[in-house]
Design a protein around this ligand. Structure first.
Ligand code: UGA
Length: 357
């Protein structure tokens, strides 16, 4: 198959590019930076085109016409960006992505569209903390693709522009499906983690996701900052598990994925951000610490101080993965501790020289 991998140089995209090549697929990868796929650039079945899809001269039409399958991973996906550049988040994550879906519909191409677990928003427990008998009941935080409601925060909390854009895009794809004009599959990733997840804050504009913030604090012995007490919970999913599931969606045996939405996540790996910080410190001390190096101090910060105004968080989200289990025969294998060690190892091997200095 010739697969157009839009955003194939990002975290998920790079791991997927590697798997697609290993499966003898032909890949055309579009991204703005080749860093994470550098080791594959000479591969004879990979064409890498460095291009921002927002550019006027981007040849979307031709690329989609020539592909057998289109995978769209292009998006801003770091909460810091939703708060700082909400309009650009809407433009890239909705307007530009919509063009991709429309073009796939025009040429009858199958589309795998990456969405987000953020579309589920907050739990009822967060919205009505005093009205529930047991706000800790995990059932309140288990989200299913085809039946769960979405609870997004008010307009003034502009972080939700990301979830709104993703949700609207999902709904447009679904409407295309209803009119029999698009063969699509939507994927909602639940906090994938692994090597190459993000750059460390020092290497970027300071906007990565939580793992990289904590990793940098461990490397430099600076502060681990817990936003709003680190009380919010996530279910972390190792990238290898995720890629296995995504590849089954690419294969689409028996067309079971057509016009379906899939959660991809590890429900058993739920952890609060405070617990994850403590776990990373413990693992670091046990496996990687070099005597004499500074250790980080954990401090609480408000979300307003950390992100600026307009931030609000998903408090808890546990994926219901019964659909992926039933239709794809997939289930995640990696435990949180194991995935943290593997990911930390990757970042530390990069920084080893610097740590010793
Ligand atoms: C982000 C994206 O918004 C999702 O679309 C995406 O699916 C998800 O990452 C993902 O990785 O799959 P989120 O989990 O909120 O969602 O992203 P993080 O920036 O990693 O934040 C996780 C939690 O850690 C939040 O509660 C945040 O406030 C907190 N945090 C972040 C800290 O306590 N300290 C930090 O230094 C950074």
């Amino acid at each position: 198959m010739k697969i157009l991998n839009l955003g194939g140089g990002g975290f998920i995209g790079a791991h997927l590019t590697q798997r697609l090549l290993a499966e003898n697929q032909t890949v055309v990868c579009i991204d703005t930076h080749p860093d994470k796929i550098r080791e594959h650039l000479d591969h004879h079945r990979l064409t890498y085109i460095e291009r921002d899809i927002r550019r006027e001269d981007f040849e979307l039409d031709r690329l989609i016409q020539e592909a057998d399958l289109v995978i769209d991973l292009i998006a801003y996906a770091n909460p810091g960006i939703y708060v700082k550049m909400p309009l650009e988040v809407f433009r890239l994550n909705f307007t530009e992505n919509l063009k991709i879906a429309e073009t796939c519909s025009q040429y009858g191409k199958r589309l795998i569209q990456f969405s987000s677990c953020e579309v589920y928003g907050k739990t009822v427990a967060k919205s009505f903390p005093d009205k529930l008998m047991n706000s800790e009941d995990p059932a309140l935080a288990i989200f299913s693709e085809d039946t769960s409601d979405s609870i997004l925060g008010p307009v003034s909390k502009h972080r939700w522009i990301y979830a709104s854009a993703k949700l609207l895009l999902e709904r447009v794809l679904h409407a295309y499906g209803l009119e029999d004009r698009l063969d699509y599959t939507i994927i909602r990733p639940f906090n994938f983690i692994g090597p190459k997840i993000d750059y460390l804050p020092e290497d970027t504009d300071g906007m990565p996701r939580v793992f990289s913030h904590f990793m940098e604090a461990l490397i430099k012995g600076t502060q681990i900052r817990l936003v709003d007490g680190g009380a919010h919970r996530r279910c972390y999913t190792y990238i290898d598990d995720a890629i296995e599931c995504i590849y089954r969606i690419v294969e689409n045996h028996g067309r079971v994925c057509s016009r379906q939405i899939f959660n991809i996540g590890s429900p058993d790996n739920e952890v609060s951000i405070r617990q994850m910080a403590a776990m990373m410190v413990d693992l670091y001390k046990t496996h990687f610490y070099k005597p004499g190096a500074p250790l980080p101090k954990t401090v609480d910060v408000t979300s307003e101080d950390f992100y600026g105004p307009g931030y609000e968080d998903s408090d808890r989200r546990i994926p219901d993965i019964s659909k992926a289990k039933t239709l794809l025969g997939w289930k995640p294998e990696f435990q949180l501790k194991d995935m943290l060690i593997r990911t930390m190892e990757y970042y530390l091997s990069d920084y080893d020289g610097k740590i010793q200095n």
